[in-house]
Design a binder for this molecule. Structure first.
Ligand SMILES: Nc1ncnc2c1ncn2[C@@H]1O[C@H](COP(=O)(O)OP(=O)(O)OP(=O)(O)O)[C@@H](O)[C@H]1O
Ligand SMILES: [Mg+2]
Length: 588
């Protein structure tokens, strides 16, 4: 018979117990089985076999029906109780139906004496096989059960691990999302805070600058009158010159403050920034000096933007000069133009920009860079890290005001030691207007007796303007407010309405509209410092608006007046209601 090596206890050679009180019988059977290769051990009583069973595990018990201490059937039952798989074959002295019936269910088989050797061997071999099959089967079932329960345990353990991992991943993800959301919120809040801070600083600066403007206009012009009235060798003439120079410097500072506060009158025109950069390149190269290399990358086919040309130049100069200061040992200043599309609102920009197409101007240097603390404050007016007297801290405040006035925004990238990149975004203009020539001024000094209706609510400034005009061969109708002006306009002919843009009561714009209702051909020139009453971000004046910016010099005023009179007024265009919501960067 085959000996399975995989089942415990089955690899041993087969063992048969013979329980018979007849020693001859025991000996004969043992010999017959030995010939068939089966080891047999003989026992004379039930008790002796019980003792032997404690240390052995026979495959088969051949039990004589008659034993000294028990019956074959009783022993069979007892042995089966101890080892249900063990084969039990009953040996009976005679074949009877009773014996057979009694053996069924208690023994596996029975043999009738005298037993033929071949019957004995066949019966024993079959019994051994059956025992071994049963034992194998039990073993397999046990292993299967064991495997099954360990599989179940493994699955349960694995499931638990997976659930745990999933839970942790979810928690981790949620925590990360929360952190990200928090960081984003803080970033936005900071940005908003920065924007608001700049906005309120702008309002403050703009308000102060407005009052200064009128005063400076008076100082500059009255000092001019004084100088003119003096003989060349008058000793105080030099002092008057100093007064004028200082007032003009003050006007320059005021101008920067107005730009920062977006109160500076701007005339937005469609500009090709490639052209502006190319035109200003020479000036930039001179400003940065020879130790800094200037590299310009224009962008072919750049769409136009709406901006004030001189202001864009100021942006470039300011950024270039800052870059130069950051590269005392030399380096490279790179200006690069491009166009980009923002697919979503970009809140990382200052101020945030809505989606759309933008022309970008990037100005990078290889200089000292800035710490995050410095970056956070650079657009504030008067913030400077430069030594006393070397920087006013108005450069970038001006840049911010200009870019914002053009509807754009800025970003800065900088790290100490790693240089700085300023990136300015300008919204793409819908259509290109080529009206540079229209505003060209051909100054020819004074007037030819034309009459000018002058409206200005600041009496001292009204007097100065009147004086300048009268001295230069203009006739003046003077009014200190819109009502007075309308009354004068009803009764007098005049060639130009020269009006302050922002006045109590009727504003300059409203006055111009009302005058044009009766005199459609009237030329109008606005005097403007800023427009404190008009809120919101905006795009500037219509390109056909003539204006002279406060504080103005005599020459600037005369040039503007001359140009306004020389430009004939076309068909009247009553102002639409939307134009009345004039944005903040427009003049007043
Ligand atoms: N390209 C740059 N590299 C390093 N730091 C810069 C750069 N641009 C600006 N800064 C820092 O930002 C500060 C503010 O710049 P801003 O142009 O407003 O004022 P300023 O240059 O100090 O003075 P002003 O321009 O009025 O003469 C500078 O003092 C400097 O610390
Ligand atoms: Mg500067």
């Amino acid at each position: 018979m085959s000996e399975p090596s995989w089942a415990d206890g089955l690899s041993r050679p087969p063992l048969v117990y013979i329980i018979d009180d007849d020693p001859g019988m025991r000996e004969t059977v043992t010999e017959i089985l030995a010939l068939a290769g089966v080891t047999a051990e003989g026992f004379g009583s039930g008790k002796s076999v019980q003792t032997a069973l404690e240390g052995a595990r026979p495959d088969l018990a051949l039990i004589d029906q008659r034993l000294p201490d028990t019956t074959g059937l009783a022993l069979a039952v007892s042995l089966k109780a101890q080892d249900p798989d063990m084969g039990v074959v009953l040996l009976t002295g005679y074949a009877s139906t009773d014996n057979a019936i009694a053996a069924v269910g208690l023994a596996d088989d029975f043999l009738t004496k005298p037993v033929l050797p071949e019957d004995l061997v066949r019966n024993v071999m079959t019994g051994i096989d059956r025992t071994r099959l049963r034992r194998q089967n039990r073993h397999l079932v046990a292993r299967l059960k064991e495997m099954n329960s360990s599989l179940e345990a493994t699955v349960a353990e694995r499931t638990r691990e997976l659930e745990e991992a999933h839970k942790l991943a979810l928690q981790d993800h949620a925590a990360r999302e929360q952190l990200q959301a928090q960081a984003e919120r803080e970033r936005l809040e900071n940005r908003l805070h920065q924007s608001r801070r700049l906005e309120s600083l702008g309002m403050l600066a703009g308000g102060v600058a407005h009052d200064f403007n009128n005063l400076l206009g008076i100082i500059i012009n009255c000092a001019g009158f004084v100088a003119e009235a003096m003989a060349d060798d008058e000793p105080v003439r030099a002092d008057v010159g100093e007064i004028i120079k200082a007032a003009e410097q003050a006007a320059q500072l005021t101008r920067q403050l107005l730009i920062f506060g977006r109160r500076d009158p701007v005339q937005l025109k469609a500009l090709d920034l490639n052209v502006v950069v190319a035109d200003v390149q020479g000036l930039l190269a001179r400003s940065i000096g020879e130790h800094v290399q200037l590299v310009v990358h224009p962008s072919a086919g750049l769409p136009p933007v709406h901006a004030d040309r001189s202001q864009i130049e100021a942006v470039l100069v300011n950024l270039a000069v800052n870059a130069r200061d950051a590269m005392p040992g030399g380096g490279t200043l790179t200006i690069k133009l491009g166009v980009t599309r923002l697919e979503h609102e970009d809140t990382s920009l200052l101020p945030p920009l809505s989606r759309g197409r933008y022309v970008t101007v990037s100005v990078s240097d290889t200089g000292a860079g800035m710490s995050p603390d410095v970056v956070a404050r650079i657009f504030e007016p008067f913030f400077t890290t430069k030594p006393q007297g070397q920087g006013s801290g108005l450069g970038l405040a001006t840049v911010h005001g200009i870019v914002t006035a053009a509807g754009g925004g800025l970003s800065v990238q900088s790290e100490p030691g790693a240089g700085t990149t300023f990136l300015a975004f300008f919204p793409v203009a819908e259509e290109l207007a080529s009206d540079d020539a229209a505003t060209a001024v051909t100054p020819d000094g004074g007037g030819r007796g034309e009459t000018i209706l002058v409206v200005e609510d600041e009496p001292a400034l009204l007097r100065v303007v009147t004086r300048i005009l009268q001295r230069n061969d203009y006739a003046v109708l003077a009014a200190t407010n819109g009502t007075e002006a309308l009354a004068l306009a009803a009764d007098h002919e005049f060639d130009l309405l020269l009006t302050d843009a922002v006045m109590p009561g009727i504003s300059g714009f409203e006055l111009a509209d009302r005058v044009r209702q009766t005199r459609p051909q009237s030329s109008v020139l606005f005097m403007s410092g800023y427009s404190p009453d008009l809120a919101g971000a905006g795009r500037g004046l219509p390109v056909d608006t003539a204006l002279v910016q406060k504080p103005f010099t005599q020459r600037a005023l005369l040039e503007a007046v001359r140009a306004a009179i020389a430009t004939p007024r076309g068909v009247p265009e009553p102002r639409s209601p939307s134009e009345d919501q004039r944005p903040a960067n427009q003049p007043g």
